[in-house]
Design a protein around this ligand. Structure first.
Ligand SMILES: [Zn+2]
Length: 286
């Protein structure tokens, strides 16, 4: 018994430097748009070594290191208090302090759209239903993509230069009198054929000219699963696997799928959470 106590004592002595006061506490800095539908881009001090995971929301995580920042999304209905915890390797000599954020409440419009063909509001035939399901499977595979990059940290530019904003993020939509899910994109009305530019560097994850609801669709990964989704395109100029640079022409505006007129619907989905694309455009990279 005494022997066991002695060995325990020495074990504690040996482990003390690694787990005790020698551990360096570092601060993570997070900047962005602190509002529902917004985001922060978090970075670690240059003296941080190793890779960490930021835990946020309902058990979501994403990687972060000194060289690689992380974009953390806030959903339209996000809690106003957000806690970010950083998990590292237990043997790390460094520890990152958690960050508490307080968000502002979002304000949302009500949009009524009438005169949509009934079949596009509620799928009718078995054939249409099968098409919707096949499209869903394609999209699910695309959403799982994670480009090992942080291109999103260099800022975003407007995908359609000359256009009129015809829909904003967060609106409660009422289609043909039926309340539907809120609109989680940003709409740019422009004539059919108007060029669409990549809003930031990206990897093309899905390029499909004929989705049931979306029509011509592009999904781009701007790094770590920060994705642009673009709908209703009349023409796609890229294919899955292509690497595109900010500003590059990637397709053209159209009215394919569930659209009443030619426009680009631009959504930003971050690992399952849609954020407000306008806030990304407004955000000034320091
Ligand atoms: Zn839209």
């Amino acid at each position: 018994m005494i022997k066991l106590y002695i060995s325990l004592f020495f074990l504690m002595l040996l482990s003390a430097p690694a787990f005790g006061s020698d551990r360096q506490i570092l601060e993570m800095s997070c900047e962005g748009e602190l509002v529902q539908g917004g985001f922060v881009i978090c970075s670690l001090p240059k003296t941080t070594f190793g890779n960490y995971q930021i835990k946020y929301g309902n058990d979501k995580t994403t990687g972060i290191s000194a060289a690689h920042p992380a974009l953390i999304p806030f959903s339209r209905n996000s809690a106003l208090h957000v806690e970010l915890t950083v998990i590292g390797n237990s043997s790390d000599q460094q520890q990152i302090k958690p960050v508490s954020l307080q968000l502002g409440k979002g304000t949302w419009a009500i949009e009524r759209i009438d005169g949509l063909p009934p079949g596009k509001v509620t799928p009718r035939t078995l054939e249409q239903q099968r098409k919707v399901e096949a499209d869903w499977i394609k999209k699910q595979a695309a959403w799982k993509h994670r480009a090992n990059a942080s291109w999103y940290a260099n800022g975003f530019s407007k995908p359609v230069a000359k256009s009129r904003i015809s829909g904003v993020y967060g609106s409660q939509r009422i289609l043909n009198g039926q309340p539907k899910n809120p609109h989680l994109g940003y709409d740019f009305a422009a004539p059919k054929g108007t060029i669409i530019h990549a809003p930031a560097n990206a990897m093309v994850v899905l390029a499909d000219p004929d989705m049931y609801f979306e029509g011509g669709l592009l999904i781009l990964d701007h790094g770590d699963g920060v994705m642009s989704v673009m709908l209703h395109l009349s023409r796609l100029d890229v294919k899955a696997g292509d690497k595109v640079n900010q500003g590059e022409a990637i397709g053209a505006v159209g009215a394919t799928g569930r659209a009443t007129g030619p426009h680009l619907h631009w959504g930003i989905k971050v690992r399952g959470t849609y954020i407000n694309p306008k806030l990304l455009l407004d955000y000034q990279v320091k």
